[in-house]
Design a protein around this ligand. Sequence first.
Ligand SMILES: [Zn+2]
Length: 235
Amino acid sequence: MWKGKAGALLRVWGLWPAGVPRRRLLSCDAASQAGNSSPSCWNCGSPGSPGQGDRFFCPQCRALQPPDPTRDYFSLMDCNHSFRVDTTKLQHRYQQLQRLVHPDFFSQKSQIEKEFSEKHSTLVNDAYKTLLAPLSRGLYLLKLRGLQISEGTDYEMDRQFLMEIMEINEKLAEAQSEAAMKEIESIVRAKQKEFTDNVSRAFEQDDFEGAKEILTKMRYFSNVEEKIKLKKIPL
Ligand SMILES: [Zn+2]
């Protein structure tokens, strides 16, 4: 199939640079060999698309395959494409995947498998963290639907909400005691809980614009949470 291992390795590296969609990089003959998205094993050339879905290893030679770039975080973490995730299940899946792909288990393997394991491991970490926190999970769900919240201020926030944020920021700036900090923390926690419930309902009703608005508010509160953390660090 491929002419020698060096050629295979070059091809593998050509196929999988970080962050670039694979489709654009497939050379014609690799594409015709592979079909659209069913690559052969990079090591032994065995067909049957090892590396897709949960087939992390080639069934023939047991070599670790590169991450499947078409797979999203929900699929990787075996979750429904929904805002509601079972965080206990998510955690189990995370541990299960890290037991398969963690670089510690590849220290005696080839350089290429070491690199693949690092890529897998990073991907699993990112997927886990993204799906665990409600804000990043919601933003990721929107992103999968082609909706993004820009960093700028192009989203019109209602005046009442902006006043609320200003007040909390002022309170935080003035807070001098642990009790005052605790009070602000509990306000922020209650707000985030309320937003999480609301955004969950919005996603359930396929109200993505509504979800976007609530997630924007959550992000304001998440900034306040960061400020609280910073203020807690003793100088
Ligand atoms: Zn193989």
